[in-house]
Design a protein around this ligand. Sequence first.
Ligand code: 5GP
Ligand code: ZN
Length: 136
Amino acid sequence: MNDCIFCKIINGDIPSATIYENEEFKVILDRFPANEGHVLILPKEHSANIFEINPEQAGRLFVLATKIAREMKTILGLEHLNVMQNNGTVAGQTVFHFHLHLIPRYENDGITIAYKPMDLCDAQIEDMRKKLEMSI
Ligand code: 5GP
Ligand code: ZN
């Protein structure tokens, strides 16, 4: 994808602060982090989002994410971390190349990654359960 900023980072056309790389993934620091040590995991193969990524690749990405998170825990002395992954503009996606955020969290860091829970009744939950019940 020649107009994709993350493809350019992966190709080396745009510099990045890379902390780990293998044949399939590149792990970089977010240039505009939510908190210090905000990490992005990028598959080298372009796909826009969760609706496009190869599911097996997504599985391998999450295995890597657990390893990276544990290294971050040790190196940075972390106790708290958000995993975030946005799909589509309404969901907050701004770069349309699949990526997973690992965001270190500290006591009183003032960062808000939050939503206000809806107050649904059991019937509404059951309606949605029926709608979404699936066999994959
Ligand atoms: P999204 O909003 O799509 O989930 O996340 C995109 C992320 O990419 C943002 O957190 C943003 O700060 C980061 N980002 C945007 N441009 C660059 C860049 O040129 N280099 C790096 N390292 N991160 C970037
Ligand atoms: Zn791309």
